[in-house]
Write a protein that binds this ligand. Sequence first.
Ligand code: AMP
Length: 197
Amino acid sequence: MRLVLLGPPGSGKGTQAARLAARHGVPAISTGQIFESDIAAGTPLGKQAEDYVRRGELVPDTVVLEMVRERLLDRSDCAQGFVLDGFPRTLPQAEGLDRNLVNACGELDVVIDLDVDESEVLERIAGRARTEGRVDDTRETAINRLKVFTDETAPLRRYYRDRALLVTVDGTGSPDEVADRIEAALADRAARRPRLV
Ligand code: AMP
């Protein structure tokens, strides 16, 4: 399974990525988590990313692409498949993924777009700020991250729809409900496209 989770910040990508990874026995790779731990550890990558992450802006494509290339290709993780959470986020990232991935890992199987409306997403981010204390979970940053999503990442829906990879899943409700919907959507897709089984 080579799967991308799309969806705005606060749509539950991280939670669902972990579940998908556990259920299907593949690694979940979260670019946001990699940045967060590198920032905490003060690595060179963390230092490069820190200002962008704190402002809720995107880390430059070249930095992200190099990091993902290293994670996917150099560790040979991609052979068994993967769940990508929070990557790609821009068209150049999606194109870079296509270029790098196909030879080494095969083509993407599916892109799950978690659909949650803006007001709910803002509420969830505020809740997460209280419980998790992420560096970028202030309301102001959250609003900026949503705008960045609309401007830079939402166009990927079209990119993947044109490639017949996009599956939109209702991301409202409990994590269990959303996970069930995702599994149902994957089963439905596999039934219609036997090469995915
Ligand atoms: P996330 O946890 O996925 O919401 O990511 C947190 C932050 O990390 C984002 O607001 C960006 O600053 C940065 N980030 C994560 N993934 C990417 C990416 N694919 N491209 C650029 N910046 C990213």
